[in-house]
Design a protein around this ligand. Structure first.
Ligand code: SAM
Length: 303
């Protein structure tokens, strides 16, 4: 039996074969026509937001393969689900929760998290690539998620009120705009700043006191050349809550390995404890080990 996810993928894929547009543009067009009711996939009455997100995601993966975009890699579902799980545990008492993703790309990570939280949540998405913003905007409408988009360099001033949770699969590498980087504490005295450092600083600037930042970071973040700047910054401006190592098998090589960093913005009400959760995600295909791991995360989030 064909699932709703497959039907949605097949609807977009078939549409893309009928035009000579770039595949990503064809996805935007197909989703736009679905929204306006001109054409639509024949899904069941119980089609869920996750079915829609996954169906479109399969098409985006195909589009990205055809038109390789090394700097715009979509956050893999396995990582997105984990961030979604953590965010939903941290959001448990919140009503009208606000989210920010300053490097939103296709929106896949953001929508995975919004779907996982499930209740009233609004978001702001920032992305420098206008094609990706058009794509994520049409998907947000199909998912009926209230999202405000900004097409801009997220490290320039952002007109975004502080949010409850910032999530980001941060772009890794050097940030070329030294003049702008001078506005950040994490700008080194010599050479270019690391974009991933500045994204963490900018994200925490836009997170409410007591709110959280959930970042997908290079696994070697704390041992890099500029880590001597990062350590005092994190100590002074944030409370480190967790560093979760992702399985190596998810990445091409050990040098590409990533971890999840959970920070909290200090506030008079929160107590900074020295207990940082340092954990390693088990093999994700091992259901029992994963269940135990998620239990550990839930206990940590409750505390
Ligand atoms: N989470 C995203 C998803 O699921 O599609 C993927 C994020 S991808 C790893 C990083 C994104 O940051 C890319 O889409 C890239 O275009 C964007 N980016 C890089 N530098 C940026 C900047 N200075 N301001 C805003 N976006 C930027």
């Amino acid at each position: 039996m064909t699932t709703d996810t497959e039907k949605i993928f097949s609807f977009i894929d078939t549409y893309a074969q009928t035009t000579d547009k770039l595949y990503l543009e064809a996805i935007i067009e197909a989703c736009g026509q679905w929204l306006s009711g001109e054409v639509s996939p024949t899904v069941s009455g119980s089609v869920s937001k996750e079915d829609i997100r996954r169906g479109i995601q399969l098409a985006v993966l195909k589009g990205m393969k055809q038109n390789a975009q090394p700097h715009h890699q979509m956050t893999p579902d396995s990582i997105g689900m984990l961030i979604g799980h953590i965010a939903s545990k941290l959001a448990v008492d919140e009503h009208n929760l606000t989210l920010l993703d300053p490097a939103a790309g296709t929106g896949n990570l953001l929508y995975t998290v919004m779907n996982a939280i499930g209740h009233q949540v609004t978001a702001t998405a920032v992305e420098i690539d206008d094609v990706l913003v058009r794509l994520s905007a049409v998907v947000a409408e199909l998912l009926e998620h209230p999202v405000t988009f900004y097409v801009q360099d997220a490290l320039r001033p952002l007109l975004v009120d502080p949010v409850d949770i910032t999530i980001s699969d941060v772009p890794v590498g050097f940030y070329p705009d030294d003049d702008n980087a001078l506005n950040y504490e994490l700008m080194p005295a010599e050479g270019h700043a690391y974009a991933h450092h500045l994204f963490i600083e900018q994200s925490m600037n836009h997170t409410k006191p007591g709110g959280h930042g959930l970042f997908i970071i290079p696994a070697n973040l704390f041992d890099s050349e500029q880590s001597s700047l990062l350590h005092p910054f994190l100590k002074k401006q944030t409370v480190i809550r967790a560093v979760i190592q992702l399985p190596d098998s998810l990445f091409k090589s050990a040098t590409h390995a990533k971890s999840i960093l959970v920070l909290q913005k200090p506030s008079p009400e929160i107590v900074a404890t020295p207990d940082v959760l340092l954990a390693k995600v088990p093999n994700m295909t091992d259901k029992r080990a994963m269940a135990l791991f998620l239990q550990k995360i839930d206990m940590w989030a409750t505390e």
